[in-house]
Design a protein around this ligand. Sequence first.
Ligand code: FAD
Length: 380
Amino acid sequence: MNFTLPEDLRDMQATVRDFMLGVVEPRAREIEDTNQVPPELMRGAAELGLFGLSIPEEYGGVGLGALGRCAVYEAMGQGHMGFGGVISAHASIGTSGLVKLGNEEQKQHFLPRMASGECIAGFAITEPSSGSDAANIRTKAERRGDVYVLNGTKHYISNAPIAGLLTVIAVTDPSRGTRGMSAFLVEPQGTPGVTIGKIDEKMGQKGALSAEVMFEDAEIPAANLLGPEHLGYREALGILTNGRVGIAARSTGAMQRLLDLSVAHAKTREQFGQPIAEFQAVQFMLAEMEVAIQTSRLLWQKVAWMVDEGQDVRRMASVAKLHATEMLSQVADKAVQVAGGMGYMKDSPVERYYRDQRLLRIYEGTSEIQKLIIARDVLA
Ligand SMILES: Cc1cc2nc3c(=O)[nH]c(=O)nc-3n(C[C@H](O)[C@H](O)[C@H](O)COP(=O)(O)OP(=O)(O)OC[C@H]3O[C@@H](n4cnc5c(N)ncnc54)[C@H](O)[C@@H]3O)c2cc1C
């Protein structure tokens, strides 16, 4: 087995890391204060091809496989997590349904603008009454002639306030249960009957905007049905499986940054007449962080490789997401501890990571739901 990433991917990782640390991080305070990603950072991301990571080259994207995408996500994780959240909601769950299930006309229509960052994408399944229990969504899509009429409410939808395209999951035939769901390509801006609610006020991940999306007799062209009618819950959730590997990779990058910050601090902060790095208690925290990084990296690399090999990754994507996100929470806690009082201060990136990382154990399936998926598969 060769664990070395190909040279072109390592180069791309280095470029993205430099962008995140050299261009995005200096603007972190501004993003925190305004809850907006400055337009020049969005343009910078577009120039690097970050919006087109998973879009085939023929549609203007970079056309990376899962290994390449996740390598980039790991590099992205080393910078502002809110900024990374905007990109990953777009490039991962916002895009993968269309790439996988879209017909040629749909791809030609949307993908080039998505690859350039002109059209930001998102994915909407969660509703106020169905989060983890996503099989029980109530948003309905009723076929009337050459349109589907959508009614219902989605909430906590990442990128909704800036999205040009949302992949929306709705019930097309309640009598079929979970097999009666379909996916739709919805252009929220300018479609009568589609309303984006006020921007959610969140604990962290500033700049990554989410909101409610309301459908009131919203007419969506039948041509915007994505994949077959009554695609089914399993297929719809396949879009999320793709995202889970990416979250594991982003978590690994975030842990790496937290370790780097902790090492730098431990070597320079002196107490009792010596750098705190000399104390075994601090060394142990650094060692535990390194173990978390190494195990999480191995897992995302394995799962990404499995995706590229065409293997079924439902169990392993959950294993990777569960492990990396739980480890990240522990690493963030240790990083605050190593930093001492400074780790509790707003000026410290560690404080920001501590808040930002918490979301990763919740969205795209909570840790408990990942355990259910793994346990069901183990018992099958
Ligand atoms: C900032 C943010 C962005 C988001 N972005 C998106 C997006 O872009 N698109 C989208 O569709 N959704 C999005 N979500 C929604 C997210 O996926 C859900 O919040 C998540 O799946 C959990 O659902 P819930 O919040 O309703 O919690 P609940 O389902 O109510 O869960 C509450 C608690 O109960 C536990 N629980 C529930 N059922 C079980 C069970 N069977 N066994 C054990 N424990 C259980 C959960 O693990 C959790 O601890 C986002 C959420 C947030 C906060």
